[in-house]
Ligand binder design. Sequence first.
Ligand SMILES: NC(=O)C1=CN([C@@H]2O[C@H](COP(=O)(O)OP(=O)(O)OC[C@H]3O[C@@H](n4cnc5c(N)ncnc54)[C@H](OP(=O)(O)O)[C@@H]3O)[C@@H](O)[C@H]2O)C=CC1
Ligand SMILES: O=C(O)C1=N[C@H](C(=O)O)C[C@H](O)C1
Length: 251
Amino acid sequence: MSELIRVAVLGAAGRMGATVVRAVQDAPDLELVAALDAGDDLARVTAAGAHVAVDFTVPSVTEANVHALVDAGVHVVVGTTGWDDEALARVRDHLADRPGVGVLVAPNFALGAVLTMHFARQAARWFESVEVVELHHPDKVDAPSGTARHTAQGIAAARRAAGLDAVPDATTQSLDGARGADVDGVRVHAVRLRGLVAHEEVLLGNAGEQLTIRHDSFDRVSFMPGVLLGVRRVPARPGLTVGLEHLLDLG
Ligand SMILES: NC(=O)C1=CN([C@@H]2O[C@H](COP(=O)(O)OP(=O)(O)OC[C@H]3O[C@@H](n4cnc5c(N)ncnc54)[C@H](OP(=O)(O)O)[C@@H]3O)[C@@H](O)[C@H]2O)C=CC1
Ligand SMILES: O=C(O)C1=N[C@H](C(=O)O)C[C@H](O)C1
């Protein structure tokens, strides 16, 4: 039998981290060697001989965690949101000095969410209007969701490539925020509601018709196959990978 992949989990006491800990423990080819939460020393990851660290912490610390882990030669799978282009560029530059180390940053590890983004990019060029609505539990710290940003950026790129005009929009708002946030010209709306987990709708409109693409994560186990795929694949993917779609054959 080949060597087990030694895995550390950061944010291990959190909603996602605790689910990842159980998934790693249940996977026959993985070994949980460290589980860290706020206040724990990151040096424990290298002391435990981890090959891969999984980060589900908070947007304010995730980038620093990644740089420290890259310095230590540990591959990283990042689910924490809040990454912008500048932060990703800093990690890409850092990895150029560390050949052989891989980092995967994915705003959503659920297969259905990755397909939603893929289908939305495919559909975008055929519709005059498009808006994104994300709906989450009210304990989520950030808004809009990382997934909604990634979805809107993908739609905007597809519209640009197709040479479409700007989506029609209101010319005035009598209350700030009434039209949601503008992500690359695509409106994104965030709902926070007790009882929800993680949900997204992409609404595409033409005169007389609407296409709705909707994904629901009812349970955090929905993210686990994607996280474990990332753990297994990231050691063979040096450099920075953004988005789980790069590990899937979406055709
Ligand atoms: N990519 C994906 O598929 C998904 C991404 N997410 C993202 O994952 C992140 C975590 O979400 P969720 O689990 O719901 O959040 P939680 O608040 O439940 O968990 C975050 C955990 O990280 C801990 N933490 C804070 N600072 C550190 C640190 N420096 N080192 C280690 N641990 C630390 C927190 O401790 P304390 O509470 O004491 O601060 C907490 O236990 C969010 O950014 C969310 O958007 C969520 C679901 C899926
Ligand atoms: O905080 C969450 O719960 C989630 N966060 C991610 C995001 O911001 O996109 C992924 C998923 O939506 C759940």
